[in-house]
Design a protein around this ligand. Structure first.
Ligand code: HEM
Ligand code: HEM
Length: 234
């Protein structure tokens, strides 16, 4: 699943495919939707956009949970579940002259990833409850608290990505676009599953269009519709 630095193993390394297409499409859609949900969160004017991007985050996480079981080698959760001692061992190795190199997610990155997946779901669910006026003030506070915590973890995630890129002299951001990392040829994934990636992208673009053009039977503007209904009954 992982491999040590080239010097310690004497393996000949080359650029190999690690991230399949659905994982890359998922990542950039998640990063975009989270940022867009955050940026549209404050003003009532953009509430329907906020809700639309929030639902997109929730749907993407559902997809990722399935892909964590059905996806290719490095996308599967089993390839990046590490014990706390492995996480500590990795963090300690960062202080040494030869930090441990992982072809898939490293143990510290994996912790951030599971936190992000969990927090995304919690933020979206508490947002939905706030929107439907279920629960009251504390749910609203929970929603804002989850979103703020998520923002902090995202900041840590980005710092971690930059630090790992520098330590391993490997541009990880580019890898999340190209799918390639440096490793032994026999450890590459064989299939990149483009069709699943295209279906995911088309589904998200389709949802955004349907929501914006009002083609959905229930729009993200449910609260507004409910208000209208209440007025109609008055
Ligand atoms: C511009 C900002 C971002 C950059 C440059 C970035 C970069 C990356 C990179 C390079 C990886 C792979 C890490 C590795 O090699 O182990 C990754 C993974 C990941 N990132 Fe980001 N990220 C960004 C924003 C975000 C945001 C906003 C979120 C969540 C809200 C996020 C969630 C994740 C998740 C869940 C993974 C795991 C991917 C998977 O296996 O499905 N990232 N990110
Ligand atoms: C998962 C991504 C999401 C993020 C990052 C996010 C973030 C936020 C933030 C930061 C606020 C506080 C804005 C302020 O300063 O007043 C907020 C408010 C709100 N969010 Fe979200 N949210 C997300 C998802 C959702 C979803 C899925 C819904 C509904 C289905 C939703 C509904 C709301 C509502 C109704 C408010 C206003 C609460 C109030 O009246 O103060 N959010 N969101």
């Amino acid at each position: 699943m992982n491999h040590d630095t080239p010097a310690s193993q004497g393996l000949s390394l080359r650029s190999v495919k690690v991230w399949d297409i659905p994982t890359r499409v998922f990542h950039w859609l998640l990063a975009f939707s989270f940022s867009a949900a955050y940026l549209t969160s404050e003003s009532e004017r953009y509430r329907d956009w906020h809700v639309m991007f929030g639902y997109t985050v929730a749907a993407l996480i559902v997809f990722r949970l399935i892909w964590g079981i059905a996806g290719t080698r490095y996308a599967r959760f089993s390839s990046f579940i590490f014990s706390p001692s492995r996480v500590l061992e990795y963090l300690r190795s960062l202080l040494s002259s030869s930090p441990k190199h992982y072809l898939g997610h490293n143990p510290a990155g994996a912790v951030a990833i599971f936190l992000l997946l969990g927090l995304s779901m919690l933020t979206a669910c508490s947002g939905f409850a706030t929107y439907q006026e279920i629960g009251g003030e504390w749910v609203e506070e929970l929603h804002e608290g989850c979103a703020a915590t998520m923002l902090a973890v995202v900041a840590g995630h980005i710092v971690g990505v930059v630090m790992s890129s520098l330590l391993h002299r490997e541009n990880l951001v580019r890898s999340m676009f190209s799918g390639n990392k440096s490793g032994p040829a026999d450890q590459a994934i064989r299939k990149t599953r483009p069709l699943v990636g295209i279906i995911l992208l088309v589904a998200v673009l389709g949802f955004w269009s349907a929501d914006r053009f009002g083609w959905l039977p229930v729009s993200s503007d449910v609260a507004v519709t409910q208000q209208h209904n209440r007025h109609d009954h008055d």
